[in-house]
Design a protein around this ligand. Structure first.
Ligand SMILES: Nc1ncnc2c1ncn2[C@@H]1O[C@H](COP(=O)(O)OP(=O)(O)O)[C@@H](O)[C@H]1O
Ligand SMILES: [Mg+2]
Length: 176
């Protein structure tokens, strides 16, 4: 039987601390997979938070946000679209909710340490959180529940972006 686009679809779900490298790597992996002519969509936390009705950063709000985007991801996947999703998604239960909705959920844990994320401080958010200007900041005064059974784990410390992308693409080849 010929392989259809529907058979190829999956949800590649990046989770990790702010500044760990989720968006950077998701963008690059998206570019690589697009080059093969796949139908593919990218869902990123910062973008989606601006589009969906406003949610904050309490546990209930974060869960609500992940339920919405997870539902969207599963609908796209059902119609044969590869989904590259990047969300802090700090709670195991919410990630598992999405996993259960999806046909082929591939969790990518970007395991960059808090120290390294703080050192990078790409958006200056750690500085503001340390100063008490931002509350409920993941890793500081809000939890991050590490995935225990992620299909792919990439610690970007000591790796170039190219090397990190290669870890993910190679792991994907083994999984497919
Ligand atoms: N190996 C690597 N992989 C991904 N990002 C890296 C790597 N090394 C350094 N970085 C840098 O780390 C930062 C990650 O930021 P970003 O992708 O916005 O994180 P997140 O989306 O997880 O908040 C970027 O400035 C990126 O250039
Ligand atoms: Mg990001």
């Amino acid at each position: 039987m010929a392989t259809t686009q529907e058979d190829k679809a999956f949800v590649l779900w990046f989770t990790g601390l702010s500044g760990s490298g989720k968006s950077t790597l998701a963008d690059r992996v998206y570019d690589e997979l697009s080059a093969n002519g796949n139908r593919i969509e990218k869902l990123d936390g910062d973008v989606l938070r601006g589009i969906f009705p406003a949610t904050g950063f309490t546990k209930d709000d974060r869960d609500e946000h992940i339920r919405r985007v997870g539902f969207l991801a599963s609908m796209l996947e059902k119609h044969g679209v590869i989904v590259v999703a990047s969300f802090i998604s700090p709670y195991k239960e919410a990630r598992n909710f999405v996993r259960q909705r999806c046909g082929n959920f591939i969790e990518v844990y970007v395991s960059t340490s808090l120290d390294e994320c703080r050192r990078r401080d790409v958006k200056g958010l750690y500085k503001r959180a340390d100063a008490g200007e931002i509350k409920n900041f993941t890793g500081i005064d809000d939890p991050y529940e590490e995935p225990e059974n992620a299909e792919i784990v990439v610690n970007t410390e000591g790796l170039s972006i190219d090397e990190s992308v290669a870890v993910i693409i190679n792991a994907l080849k083994d999984l497919k």
